[in-house]
Design a protein around this ligand. Sequence first.
Ligand code: NDP
Length: 447
Amino acid sequence: MLKTKYARKHYEDLANRLPWQKEFLQSVLEVFQSIEPVLEEQPEIEQNGILQRMIEPDRQIQFRVAWLDDAEKVQINTGYRLEFNSAIGPYKGGLRFHPSVNQSILKFLGFEQVFKNALTGLWLGGGKGGSNFDPHGRSNSEIMRFCQAFMTELYHHIGQNKDVPAGDIGVGAREIGYMFGQYKRLANEFTGALTGKGVDFGGSYGRTEATGYGLCYFVEEVLNKLHGDSFAGKTVTVSGSGNVAIFAVEKAQALGAKVVTLSDSSGFVYDPNGIDLAEVKQIKLIRRGRISEYVDTHPKATYKADARVWEIPCDIALPCATQGELEIEDAKTLISNGVKVVGEGANGPSSLEAIDLLRDNDVIFCPGKAANAGGVAVSGLEMTQQSQRLPWTFNEVDERLQRIMREIAERSLTAAQTYNRGNDLLDGANIASFKRVTGAMIAQGVY
Ligand code: NDP
C-alpha cells in the first residue's frame, strides 16, 4: 500500500468517492506507488496540489448519439470525450467503440495516456473517448452513419491545437475516415483534428503498424540492454487479433521469433508451426471474420473456445487485446512455463497482482504506457507532417519510431536506477513521465 501520507490521502479519497471506478483506481494506485520517492524528494508537488489535480480530468464530455440502423430504426448510444491533462500539449488519445465503454474505463485510459504521451518526448497532452456502440455485425452503412452522428457532437470539442483523437478498439482506418469526413464538412476546414487518417488525406505512413511494431522495438531494446538478448529464436504468444496484435506478430516474426498464438473474445488459436500472418490478414483485415476461421485452412493448428493464450508455454508474452486479460493465475502459469518477458501491447491488460508476481519472479515486465506508446508517437509525427504539409516516407517514420521507442526504454531505465528501483520499467516509466508532466504543471501555475 501507499507509504506517503499525501498519496494515501488522495488515493483513499478517490476510492471512497468513486468505488465503482475500479479500472481507474487501479491505474491511479499503480502510478502513486511508483512515484512515492519523487514526492519525498520534491515537497513542491504537494504544495502545488499536483496529485489531486492530476486525478481529476480537465473536462468530461458526455453526449447522446442518435442514428438510424439499416431497418430505419432509431438507435441511441452514449458518446464520451475525457480531456484529462493538457500540461504538455493538446489532448491526445484514442476513441474506443465497444459495448463495455463507460466513464471508469475511459478515465483509466485517459489517465494512462497522460503518462504515455509524456514518455514519447513529444508535446502531447492526454485524453480518451469513445462510445458503448458495438460495431460487431453492423453493416458498412451503419458504421458510417454512427461515425457521422458521433462526430456531429464531438467536432465542437476537438481541433488540431485543442484535442486530437485517434483510433483504439473498434476504431480503425475506416472509422477514422468517416469521422474525418464529417469533421471536415462541419468545420469546413481540412486540418489535422484526427490522426490515423488515410495516407492520401493527411495520414502518416506507418501509423497502422506503429503500436505493434513499437512494442517489438521496445521489447527488443530492453532484452538487449538487460540481457544482451533479442527476439531471435524465441517462442512468442500474442493475444488479440486486431490492429496491435497483427503488427506485433509481423515485427516479432521479422526479428526472428516464432509466434504461436492469436485470440479474440471468443477463444484462441495455437499454431505450433508459427502463425501464418497472411492468412490472419485475410480473415481479420479483408473478411472481418473471427480468428477461429484460421483452423479451416491450417489443420495442424487448434482452436480453443473461452480460454486464454497464456496456457501455451513461451519465452515472450505479448498481451495485445484489452484490459484485465492477464490475471494472477495467468501470471503463475506463464512463470511456471519459463516466461522471460511480458510486453503489454494493450492498455492495462495485467492486474496489479499479476504485475507484482511477474516482477518478484524476475520476469522483465514492459508496462503498456511505455511499450505501446509507438501508436501515439506516430500520431504525433502525423500531426507534425500535417502541420508541415509534407508527408514522410515509411522508412523515415519507422526510423523515428525506433528512435522514440529506444528513448522511452532509456528514460524508463534511467529513472528507475536514479530512484533505486533497479531495472524496474514500470516504476521507471511512471517516474519519468510524472516528473515531466509535474514540471509543466508547476511552471504553468494553479488552474
Ligand atoms: P482492435 O479493435 O483492432 O482489436 C482488439 C482485439 O482484442 C480484437 O481481437 C478483440 O476481439 C480483442 N478483444 C477485445 N475485447 C476482448 C476481450 N474482452 N477478451 C479477449 N479479447 C478481446 O483494437 P486494437 O488492436 O487497436 O487495440 C488493442 C489494445 O491495444 C487495446 O487495449 C488498446 O487500448 C491498445 N492500444 C491500441 C493502440 C492503437 O494504436 N490501436 C495504441 C495503444 C494501445 P473481438 O473481435 O472478439 O472483440
